[in-house]
Design a protein around this ligand. Sequence first.
Ligand SMILES: [Zn+2]
Ligand SMILES: [Zn+2]
Length: 241
Amino acid sequence: MSRFRQFLYVLSCFFFPERCIFCNKTIEPLQLSCSECRTAISKVKPPLCPFCGSHKEDCKCQKKRHAYDRVIAPFYYEGAVREGVLRLKKWDDPQAVSFFALQMAAAVRRELPDLPFDAVCFTPMIQKDLRKREYNQSELLAKKMAQLLQLPFCDALEKTYETKPQKGLDRAARSGNVLGVFDVKEPFSAHSVLLVDDVVTTGATAHECAKMLKLYGAETVTVSTIAITPPPQKETSAVDA
Ligand SMILES: [Zn+2]
Ligand SMILES: [Zn+2]
């Protein structure tokens, strides 16, 4: 950035202060996050368990299989990242979308450098909720990732009826809550899909979406998400954000 542009940018921040992409606090210009959040980011270190996406040594999933083939996330869903994901559900901050999509794309590239995907899809919202929120954060992330990874974006799935929020339900109730609620829109011809979801906790939603994609001919479904549930007793590390 040239000095003049930097000056204009700092001046604009005086009138429209920058906000931390995680906790929404006002921050210094030219930063994405506050110093507290930078030390409260919990990164998933490789090597990853292909089944749950946790660091292999932290994994407690006992190789539980889902309809998707693997899940790749840059972060664990706790601390600043959890706040950032919740903030993204309330505000479609383009800086937060870019930051998370960049981290997700980097994790996918590191794990699958050949990028063997025909399409980048996302977990859909029901029309009524979409009208209320005006955007689907998973769709924004998927569009950005398709652009970053130079892959075709595909609006392949739809949610066909309303469900209770997954939050507050136990694992079994979450699976039952989303059972059969997704469908594939026509036409759909991808064999290897990168499915983007903002956060994967029990994996019930991603499982249902992957099941439908496979029913319509997809051979592999890789889930890319901002964050996964942290396994018990793992260490926290700071990254630059
Ligand atoms: Zn913060
Ligand atoms: Zn695992």
